[in-house]
Ligand binder design. Structure first.
Ligand SMILES: [Cu+2]
Length: 144
């Protein structure tokens, strides 16, 4: 029993199979640039992330104060919290209105001086407003 069992060779992969795989593996390693070489150099760090570029469109200014000056809203495009009270101050001395396209918002009728307020909705969104007396006076309030 001893002699017969030791005389058997366990199965080995055919040499032809190894010959096919090895050149392929070698080719891949070379193609990858031989990254395994390594002289113990310091690894390249992740680097400082670049500063984000300036967006193409200006962001609305976070404020609850808008001036009516030189027949314009300044700043015209603002961002407020839900339910915020926005103060519109007329510095022009001539009549302007602050009229929201969304009629659920209580607009400001014509006034020529002083500050008036508008309460914005609690629902987020972009609410456009304009002056009924001057077609070029437009703005938006972003509730966010
Ligand atoms: Cu106006």
């Amino acid at each position: 029993m001893f002699a017969s069992s030791s005389s058997y060779h366990p199965g080995r992969p055919a040499p032809s199979t190894l010959r096919l795989i090895s050149p392929l593996m070698f080719a891949l390693a070379v193609a990858c640039g031989g990254g395994g070489g390594g002289g113990g150099g310091t690894p390249t760090g992740p680097g400082t992330p670049g500063t984000p570029g300036t967006p193409g469109t200006p962001s609305p200014i976070v404020t609850t104060s808008v001036n009516l000056q030189n027949t314009a809203f300044n700043p015209a495009d603002i961002q407020v919290s839900p339910g915020a009270t926005v103060t519109f101050t007329n510095l022009d001395g001539i009549n302007h209105t602050v009229t929201f396209d969304n009629t659920s918002i209580t607009s400001i009728d014509a006034y020529s001086s002083g500050a008036k307020t508008v309460t914005m909705p609690s629902a987020t969104g972009t609410y456009a407003y304009h002056c009924q007396l001057h077609g070029n006076m437009k703005g938006t309030v972003v509730v966010k």
